[in-house]
Design a protein around this ligand. Structure first.
Ligand SMILES: Cc1cc2nc3c(=O)[nH]c(=O)nc-3n(C[C@H](O)[C@H](O)[C@H](O)COP(=O)(O)O)c2cc1C
Length: 355
């Protein structure tokens, strides 16, 4: 059978009318970290996607490292997200929330009072962080998490998963990619621990696996996916000699838990160091659930990769920004307008719902 972007597919309990995924994209419109009507409009305009994955959303006050990103731990945030999920479902769509705890990629000026910048080890991320009050600031040295901090962070993910269902989401994507907290545990550049949370492969994957386990216990594995970024060098992450084996071992552990999908970041088109096509094929072969490809796709390449069996679904990021009607354009070959990076993270409707 020929498979292309418009071949329907089942994702756990969800029927998806096409294989086009809207990739998670931070857009920084959540003033005071609460989702709002503007965001509901933005997402509902893109509801033709087989699946929308939201922007990175923090399960904890401690994970709100960037300015104006949303959370999913307070009643107000649940109510805000309910507007988004109602609007998307009303427009015929399906939506997962991406849970992103930023860990050391943060600045105190972006965090609510009392929040702490936590990471596996007390090693600052390279580079700078935007703050609305002080402009660009260097990343501070994070606090090395205690055993109790780690337990609390895992519990926050479980609670956020329950709150996601309360807010009307169809499921949750755990952000294990791009140098945020889960990835900080996976990667030796940020994790120099010598206890059971660092060192060996088994120890470094433990946080990711524990988060996946409690998420699956909270809402069912058929509603939980994970995004990973092997060989990615964003936010100070670095490849190490164990990396091949580490991600294969992680994927096997996720199989045991029964996660519904694995979503692999490939930012080579944006200058990242990997993953290679060969390694992605190994991950694909190792994982038992659905496999989502991403990074630099157009319709022709997406259809070719689906037909070749390289993945089950394809995520599009930047093309969705200036083309709310991207699904139609992918079908008809309509011209895809380029996104304007100047409005990626600005606070208002310009470049967001007003294009
Ligand atoms: C403005 C912007 C924000 C992004 N925010 C996130 C995010 O919150 N979580 C995430 O996993 N990836 C994020 N990404 C990465 C995208 O999901 C995607 O992997 C990347 O844009 C490559 O796909 P593309 O070539 O189709 O744009 C972001 C990308 C962009 C352009």
């Amino acid at each position: 059978m020929m498979v292309n972007l418009f071949t329907p597919i089942q994702l756990g309990p969800l029927f998806l009318p096409n294989r086009i995924v809207m990739a998670p994209m931070t857009r920084s419109r959540a003033l005071n970290n609460v989702p709002n009507d503007l965001m509901a409009k933005y997402y509902s305009l893109r509801a033709e996607a087989g699946l929308i994955i939201t922007e990175g959303t923090s399960p904890s006050p401690n994970g709100l490292g960037y300015a104006r990103i949303p959370g999913l731990y307070s009643d107000q945030q649940v109510a805000g997200w309910r507007k988004v999920t109602d609007a998307v479902h009303g427009a015929g769509g399906r939506i997962f929330v991406q849970l992103m705890h930023t860990g050391r990629v943060a600045h105190p000026a972006n965090l609510p009072p009392g929040a702490r910048i936590l990471a596996p080890s007390a090693i600052a991320a390279p580079g700078e962080m935007w703050t609305d009050t002080q402009g660009l600031q260097p990343h501070p040295v994070p606090v090395m998490m205690s055993e109790e901090d780690i337990r609390a962070a895992i519990a926050e993910y479980a609670t956020a998963c329950k709150r996601a269902i309360e807010a009307g989401f169809d499921g949750v994507e755990l952000h294990g990619a791009n140098g945020y907290l889960i990835d900080q545990f996976l990667n030796t550049a940020a994790n120099r621990r010598t206890d059971r949370w660092g060192g060996s492969i088994e120890n470094r994957i433990r946080f990711a696996v524990e988060v996946a386990r409690v998420a699956a216990q909270a809402i069912g594995p058929e509603r939980v996916g994970m995004r990973i970024s092997p060989y990615h060098n964003f936010n100070g992450m670095q490849p190490d000699p164990d990396m091949d084996a580490l991600y294969i071992r992680l994927v096997e552990a996720l199989n045991d838990i029964g996660l519904v999908y694995l979503h692999v970041v490939d930012h080579r088109a944006m200058g990242a160091t990997g993953p290679s096509d060969e390694y992605k094929a190994r991950l694909r072969a190792a994982f038992k659930g659905r496999f989502i490809l991403s990074g630099g796709y157009d319709a022709a390449r997406a259809n070719a990769d689906l037909e070749a069996g390289k993945g089950d679904l394809v995520a599009f990021g930047r093309p969705f920004i200036a083309n709310p009607d991207l699904v139609q354009k992918l079908k008809t070959g309509g011209e895809i307008r380029p996104a304007d990076p100047a409005t990626f993270y600005t606070p208002d409707a310009k470049g967001y719902t007003e294009l």
